[in-house]
Design a protein around this ligand. Structure first.
Ligand code: NAD
Length: 453
C-alpha cells in the first residue's frame, strides 16, 4: 500500500469513528490550528522567505492574519452554522418539522498552490475542519520549504489521524487522486484543474477548483488617477505579481496612458525604492521555470518601466508595458508575475466588449468616481468577484464568497461559505403518523371525486 493510500485510509478510519462530528472536537481542532499559526510564526516566515523572499511583515499581512481571523470567525459561529436551519412551511407541511441539517461530507482532499501557500491550503482546511470532515492535506511541492514546515509541524497541533499531511509532487498527487474522496478542493492552474476533475469523475467526487486567469483592470477617465494607480501598483506587485487576483492588465483611454504609466512608476519607487532588487518588501519569482516563462512573455512588448532582471536570483523588476495589443504574447495567458501591460480602449463600453470576448476572470477591477458606470460594468460583465476602486481587498472580506466562475473556477469558500461548501446541506422533513386523512387524495385509486376536480 502506498504512503498516499495509507494516509487516506487513516483519515477515513478516523472519520468513521464519528469524533469529528462533535462540535467541541471541531472547535478544539480549530483552536489548535490557531495556536499553530500564532506559535509558529517564525517557522512559517522562514519558509516563506526561502520560497518567495517574503518579507518579515509580508507573512502576517498576506498570510497569517487573514487565517487567524477566519479561524476566529469559525470558532465564534460554528454552533450557529452547524445548527438545524428551519425553512418555510406550506399548508402540506404546516404541522411538520422542515429544516436543513448541515452534515460533514467525509474525507476531503485539499491540494494547495505555492503563491500564498498557507492561505490557499490552510484556508480550505479550516473550512473542512469546521464542517466536521477529515482532510488529507497536500501542500504544493513548488513552495518546498513551506511544504516541509507544514509536514513537520502541523501534526504536532492537529489530530494527525484525521488531518494527515502528504507532501510530494505530481506522482504523489496523482497517487492521491486514485483514492476515493468525498470532496476535492484544488487551488492552482486550469490545466491541472482538468486532471483533477477527470480523476474525481471516476468516484463521482464533487470538486472545488480555485483557479486563476487574466483579471482586467479598467481605469475610467472620471477617476482620481493618483489614488487608483497607487492601489493598482500595490495589487500588482505584491508577492511579485504572483497573486491569483492580481490585476493582470490595464484598460484605459489612450489619452490617459502616459499619466497612468507615470503614476505607477512613481508608486513603484515609493514602495520599493529606486532599486527594488535591494528592497526587503519586493519578492522573487518562485523558480527558474516561471522566470523563463515570464521573460518569454515580454517578447515583442515595449517596456515603459522596469524590465531589469537577474536569472540567478529569479528577480524581475516591477515592469509596465505600453501600447500592448490584444494579440501580444503577454495577453495570451495569465501573467502571474510583475509585468503590467497597458492596453487602450475608447471607454467603458469597449472595455466591457474586450472583457466579454475573453474567458470569465477571477477578479474584475473598475476604477471610477462614477457609481453608475461601476454598476453598469458590473451588470454587463461576469467574473468570480468584482472590486471597484481597490485591488485584492475583496479576498479579505469573510462575508463574501471567494471563488471563480467559468474558466476561473467553480465553488467558493471563506467564512460561512467555506463551511456550507464543505458540508452536505441535508433536507429533513419529519412528519407524524397522525392526520392520515389529509393524505387520502394522494393514494390510488385516483378519482375526480377524491381529488375534487
Ligand atoms: P502548483 O504548481 O503548486 O500546483 C498546484 C497543485 O497541483 C500542487 O499541489 C501540485 O502538486 C499539483 N499538481 C501539479 N501538477 C499536477 C499534475 N499534473 N497532476 C496532479 N497534480 C498536480 O500551482 P500553480 O498551478 O502553478 O498555481 C498557480 C495558479 O493557481 C495560477 O493560475 C493562479 O491564478 C492559481 N491560484 C488560484 C487561487 C485561487 O484562490 N483561485 C489561489 C492561488 C493560485
Amino acid at each position: 500500500m502506498s504512503r498516499e493510500q495509507k494516509a487516506v485510509e487513516r483519515a477515513r478510519k478516523a472519520f468513521l469513528t464519528g469524533r469529528s462530528k462533535a462540535l467541541e472536537y471541531r472547535i478544539t481542532q480549530l483552536k489548535n490550528l490557531l495556536r499553530f499559526v500564532k506559535e509558529r510564526q517564525k517557522e512559517i516566515a522562514e519558509g516563506l522567505k526561502k520560497d518567495l523572499k517574503r518579507s518579515e511583515f509580508g507573512t502576517p499581512l498576506y498570510e497569517t492574519l487573514g487565517l487567524e481571523s477566519e479561524i476566529n470567525l469559525a470558532v465564534r459561529n460554528l454552533k450557529e452554522w452547524a445548527a438545524p436551519r428551519p425553512v418555510s412551511k406550506s399548508m402540506m407541511t404546516i404541522s411538520d418539522q422542515v429544516y436543513i441539517q448541515p452534515e460533514p461530507l467525509g474525507v476531503v482532499l485539499v491540494i494547495g498552490a505555492w503563491n500564498y501557500p498557507w492561505a490557499v491550503t490552510i484556508g480550505p482546511l479550516l473550512g473542512a475542519i469546521a464542517a466536521g470532515n477529515a482532510a488529507v492535506i497536500k501542500p504544493s511541492e513548488v513552495s518546498s520549504h513551506t511544504s516541509k514546515v507544514m509536514e513537520d509541524l502541523l501534526p504536532l497541533y492537529l489530530d494527525k489521524e484525521m488531518y494527515p499531511v502528504v507532501t510530494g509532487g505530481v506522482t504523489e498527487t496523482q497517487e492521491l487522486l486514485k483514492q476515493r474522496f468525498d470532496h476535492i478542493f484544488y487551488t492552482g492552474n486550469g490545466t491541472v484543474g482538468k486532471i483533477i476533475m477527470e480523476a474525481a469523475a471516476k468516484h463521482l467526487t464533487p470538486t472545488t477548483l480555485e483557479l486563476g486567469g487574466k483579471s482586467p483592470c479598467y481605469i475610467d477617465k472620471n477617476c482620481d488617477l493618483a489614488v487608483a494607480c497607487r492601489r493598482i501598483a500595490w495589487g500588482k506587485y505584491s508577492n511579485c505579481g504572483q497573486t491569483c487576483i492580481a490585476p493582470d492588465y490595464i484598460l484605459c483611454d489612450p489619452s490617459m496612458q502616459d499619466r497612468v504609466i507615470e503614476e505607477i512608476k512613481k508608486n513603484i519607487k515609493d514602495f520599493y525604492s529606486e532599486d527594488p532588487k535591494k528592497c526587503m518588501d519586493y519578492g522573487r519569482i518562485i523558480n527558474q521555470r516561471h522566470f523563463k516563462r515570464l521573460m518569454a512573455l515580454l517578447e515583442g512588448s515595449t517596456i515603459a518601466v522596469g524590465g531589469e532582471n537577474d536569472e540567478s536570483e529569479c528577480y524581475i523588476a516591477p515592469t509596465v508595458l505600453r501600447d500592448v495589443k490584444p494579440d501580444a504574447k503577454v495577453m495570451q495567458e495569465e501573467i502571474f508575475g510583475p509585468l503590467l501591460p497597458v492596453l487602450t480602449v475608447s471607454g467603458a463600453d469597449e472595455a466591457i466588449k474586450f472583457i466579454n470576448q475573453r474567458e470569465k476572470p477571477l477578479a474584475l477591477y473598475i476604477f471610477s468616481s462614477d457609481s453608475k458606470l461601476i454598476k453598469h460594468m458590473i451588470a454587463e460583465t461576469s467574473s468570480g468577484g468584482v472590486l471597484a476602486n481597490d485591488c485584492l481587498m475583496h479576498f479579505s472580506v469573510s462575508s463574501l464568497p471567494f471563488g471563480g466562475v467559468g474558466n476561473s473556477g467553480m465553488g467558493r469558500y471563506h467564512g460561512k461559505y467555506g463551511f456550507d461548501h464543505l458540508s452536505h446541506l441535508r433536507s429533513c422533513l419529519i412528519k407524524q403518523l397522525k392526520m392520515e386523512g389529509m393524505n387520502n387524495m394522494r393514494y390510488p385509486p385516483h378519482t375526480a371525486d377524491k381529488l375534487g376536480w
